[in-house]
Design a protein. Structure first.
Length: 423
């Protein structure tokens, strides 16, 4: 197939949406498909343009067999992340993407299918216009119900503005040939918004279980950062934004400080809330909390193995709208976690249902501290959860299995549209 992928985030971003879109594109190219990507500048999660990608407006390059077309756009600093600055980022990307979209409306060649990765919501505009003009099927793949989260968390005003945005989102979902998303709960939410049930695919995120594997906890990562063998390392590695509500981790660390001197909390990553979190930790006098920057992707398995207990933290308002990308790698690494999540969400099903860790109510720092302490004091339970986590990853999250199934869906979609045109 000839496949065109359109999304703001792309490799070499090491985490989040860019990671998954990059791996999808490279996997499809490795199967012999001709894959092109229209994307933005790599900037996440640091919220600054990656080295080597500044100083140009448009650029094309080939990465791992994929032809990648880069579009320059506004990138706000991490401490300037607001609804307004995000809208400016997304709008400048959409407008500048015309450089690579407009010629396609008049070209004799066209792809067999277009995949648009949301967020941002504006990502559906060009594929929808292209489908109307050229009759090419397109898939709107929803990694994050960004609009729901922004409204629930108060990052966007509700009222008339919220209603208009919901109508635009519903229009795009109905206009896509197929809509896909990463959890069943999010699929049902898309259907509520207007996607036809028969056109709503489940396309979950995955783990590369051959690359991320269980490893020894006593390794070079712990030695480099002076983490003793007897220390129980509580690790949060991921985005530090508003959706996570990471203040609860600092409060839990304060609860734990007097109960177990062996506990060390390590916060790895960056994001709009990191500076505030560091300042709050200093004010609270937390000696059992350390912060590290994003680690190179080559150290992922080693870092995950070093953690004895991993944290998956979400605010209640957003827990059913996203599936934290960090969870797949925690499971593949065979490590237990504590997740702040309510029953009835996909995250709760994976952690509590599959017995891969403990769950606590979102925002309850005392409950979080108690869960951490109970695991810290019970090596046997940590090991049991870790075995269950790896077993779940091997059964459910295998990258090859998930992407092979999606490839088959794309192929059937192409054939279905071709037969419809011919008839």
């Amino acid at each position: 197939m000839n496949i065109l992928i359109y999304g703001l985030n792309y490799a070499p971003e090491p985490t989040g949406i860019g990671k998954y879109t990059g791996e999808m594109a490279e996997w499809l190219a490795a199967q012999g498909h001709a894959v092109e990507v229209i994307c933005g500048l790599p900037h996440y999660p640091q919220w600054q343009v990656a080295d080597g990608y500044d100083g140009f407006r448009f650029r094309s390059e080939t990465l791992a067999g994929v032809r990648v077309h880069r579009v320059r756009h506004f990138v706000p600093a991490a401490n300037q992340l607001r609804a307004r600055t995000r809208i400016v980022l997304e709008t400048t990307f959409t407008l500048n993407a015309a450089r690579f979209w407009l010629p396609r409306f008049f070209s004799r060649q066209k792809p067999d299918v277009v995949i648009a990765v949301m967020p941002p919501m504006q990502i559906g505009v060009w594929p929808l216009l292209y489908a109307w003009s050229r009759g090419v099927p397109w898939v709107l793949h929803v990694q994050d119900l960004q609009l729901d989260a922004a409204l629930r968390l108060g990052m966007l005003p509700g009222g008339i503005i919220g209603q208009v945005l919901y109508r635009v989102e519903a229009f795009l979902l109905r206009g896509a040939t197929r809509a896909s998303t990463i959890t069943e709960a999010m699929r049902q939410r898309m259907i509520e918004k207007g996607a036809a049930p028969e056109c709503a695919w489940l396309f979950p995120n995955w783990a590369d279980i051959e690359v991320v594997r269980p490893g020894p906890r006593e390794n070079a990562f712990r030695k480099e950062f002076g983490i003793a063998l007897e220390t129980v390392l509580v690790l949060y590695a991921g985005n530090m934004g508003e959706k996570q509500g990471l203040e609860v981790v600092l409060e839990a660390a304060q609860w734990c400080a007097d109960d177990d001197k062996r506990l060390q909390f390590l916060m790895v990553g960056t994001g709009g809330a990191r500076l505030r979190l560091e300042e709050k930790a200093a004010v609270m006098g937390l000696r059992n909390v350390r912060f590290l920057p994003v680690q190179p992707v080559e150290r992922l398995s080693e870092m995950l193995a070093a953690g004895d207990i991993h944290l998956v933290v979400q605010r209640r308002d957003a827990a059913d709208l996203v599936m934290p990308s960090k969870l797949t790698n925690i499971l593949a690494a065979g490590r237990p976690c504590v997740a702040t999540v309510d029953a009835g969400t996909a995250l709760h099903d994976v952690v509590a249902g599959a017995e891969t860790g403990l769950v606590t109510p979102p925002g309850d720092s005392l409950a979080l501290a108690q869960a951490i302490l109970s695991l810290a004091q019970n090596l046997e339970k940590r090991e049991a959860y870790g075995r269950n986590a790896r077993a779940y990853a091997e059964l459910i999250l295998d990258k090859e299995h998930i992407l092979k199934a999606f490839e088959g869906q794309l192929s059937s979609l192409r054939r279905g549209v071709r037969y419809q045109v011919e008839s």
